[in-house]
Design a protein around this ligand. Structure first.
Ligand code: GLN
Length: 190
C-alpha cells in the first residue's frame, strides 16, 4: 500500500484522506517538512489558495514542497491546482510552478459557485462518465507542451497530467468514484 500524504493546513483534506483510502492507499496528514519526507506522494486539497499559500509560507513549506515535487508525485485539486500552477491570475499570486499551466482563479464567476456535471474522461482514465463537483473553480487558460488534458468541461481543461503530477479544477474526493485518485496512485513508484 503506498503511503500518501494530504497537506492538512486548510481546506477539505479530510475528504481526500477518505478518498485515498477508498482508492487503496494509506493516507496521512502532512503539516511539516518532516512529515512530508515520510510519504511517497502528496495531495494538496481544495480550499482557499491564498490562505493555504499564507500558511505554507508561515510554516516554511514552500521550498520543501518544491523539492518534494521534483521527485515525487503531487495531486492538486482546485485550490491545490492553483498552488501547483506556473502562472496564477485574478489576482496574481505566487505558486509552486511544478505544473505547466496558467490558471485564472474564480473564473466561472457566480454561475458556477457550485455545480455538479458529467465529464467524459480520456485515457489513461478508464472509460465511463465521471461526475465532477465544481466549487468556485479556477479555469485552466493555458496548458504547456509537456502536459496533457485528460478531461474538459465546456471546452476548458479540468483534469491535466504533467509528468508525475496531476491537477483537477473539480473535486473528485467528493464523489464515490475512485478513478481519479487511482490514476494518481498509479504514478507513485514509477
Ligand atoms: N476559489 C478558491 C481559490 O481561488 C478555490 C476553490 C476550491 O478549492 N474549491 O483558491
Amino acid at each position: 500500500m503506498p503511503k500518501v500524504g494530504v497537506l492538512a493546513l486548510q481546506g477539505d483534506f479530510e475528504a481526500h484522506r477518505r478518498a485515498l483510502e477508498r482508492a487503496g492507499a494509506e493516507a496521512v496528514e502532512v503539516r511539516t517538512a518532516e512529515e512530508l519526507n515520510g510519504v511517497e506522494g502528496l495531495v494538496i486539497p481544495g480550499g482557499e489558495s491564498s490562505t493555504m499559500l499564507k500558511l505554507i509560507e508561515e510554516m516554511n513549506l514552500l521550498e520543501p514542497l518544491r523539492e518534494f515535487g521534483r521527485e515525487r508525485p503531487i495531486f492538486g485539486t482546485c485550490a491545490g491546482a492553483i498552488l501547483l500552477a506556473r502562472e496564477v491570475t485574478n489576482p496574481p499570486q505566487p505558486a509552486l510552478g511544478l505544473v505547466d499551466i496558467a490558471v485564472q482563479r474564480n473564473a466561472y464567476g457566480r454561475q458556477l459557485d457550485s455545480r455538479i456535471v458529467r465529464l467524459t474522461p480520456e485515457a489513461p482514465l478508464p472509460p465511463g462518465d465521471l461526475e465532477a463537483v465544481f466549487i468556485r473553480a479556477p479555469i485552466i487558460r493555458r496548458v504547456g507542451e509537456g502536459a496533457s488534458v485528460l478531461a474538459r468541461y465546456n471546452g476548458d481543461p479540468v483534469l491535466v497530467e504533467h509528468g508525475r503530477h496531476l491537477v483537477s479544477t473539480f473535486h473528485p474526493e467528493l464523489t464515490g468514484d475512485p478513478r481519479v485518485h487511482q490514476l494518481f496512485l498509479d504514478k507513485i513508484g514509477k
